[in-house]
Design a binder for this molecule. Structure first.
Ligand SMILES: Cc1cc2nc3c(=O)[nH]c(=O)nc-3n(C[C@H](O)[C@H](O)[C@H](O)COP(=O)(O)O)c2cc1C
Length: 212
């Protein structure tokens, strides 16, 4: 009997742990389409910042930032705030939080869970300040969305498309009073596995984001 009770308690504890480790999708707020500084003030304040307070972004800030980065701004055509070559829409944004990593779904305006693990140290890859950012955005390009697939010129196009999303992030942060830095450094091999990337998705840039 004692053994039975112990086994039951162990199973409960274990299943509780499993549940705690599970991530659920996060619905984002409707993005604001006004607010922040003027566009010229945002350019005035754009800079790389590598020190952040531990304060999490508010739900509204995260939603506004992702929408500005690469959200849908013309629902009728599902086109984005960032242009992409031939409208390939090849860039995906992964959102790394302490509790786990998610993929931004621009159409659903939500974050879909990928893994319940803090991947920020893999993004940091030696630059420890990255792990102090409450949000780390990772940009990939999916070459399978391009005519011709994995070619040198499509890799270049992917890098350009991700660069434009990156600049949207930098300007949005400047305009919203947030701090960020564009980075190419990251442990790409391990991140590709942990983020469950397709073989056609290439890791290009990342952005730690926090408050100043
Ligand atoms: C493509 C690219 C890759 C970068 N990679 C890193 C990086 O890995 N780590 C880092 O600390 N900064 C990185 N930076 C930020 C630059 O160091 C920074 O933009 C530059 O020093 C100019 O400073 P500013 O952004 O404040 O004007 C990168 C910038 C770009 C555009």
């Amino acid at each position: 009997m004692k053994n039975f009770v112990f086994t039951c308690l162990a199973v409960c504890a274990l299943s509780g742990q499993v549940i705690a480790q599970e991530l659920t999708p996060i619905s984002l707020r409707a993005p604001r389409t006004s607010g922040g500084t003027t566009i010229l003030e945002a350019f005035l304040h754009r800079q790389s910042t590598r020190v952040y307070t531990p304060e999490m972004l508010s739900e509204q800030e995260l939603s506004d930032l992702l929408w500005a980065a690469n959200g849908i701004n013309r629902p009728e055509s599902q086109k984005r705030t960032a242009p992409s070559a031939l409208n390939y829409q090849d860039v995906d944004i992964y959102v790394c939080l302490e509790k786990g990593a998610y993929r931004y779904d621009a159409i659903g305006n939500c974050l879909n869970p990928i893994v319940a693990e803090d991947l920020r140290p893999l993004v940091a890859n030696g630059q420890d300040f990255v792990t102090s950012a409450p949000v780390v955005l990772v940009l990939t390009s999916d070459l399978s969305k391009m005519r011709g697939g994995d070619t040198e010129s499509n890799r270049l196009i992917g890098a350009m498309d991700a660069g434009i999303v990156s600049e949207n992030i930098s300007i949005a942060c400047a305009g919203l009073g947030l701090a960020t830095v564009p980075r190419a450094t990251m442990d790409k091999e391990t991140l590709a596995q942990k983020l469950k990337l397709k073989s056609t998705q290439i890791l290009l840039l990342n952005h730690p984001v926090g408050h100043k």
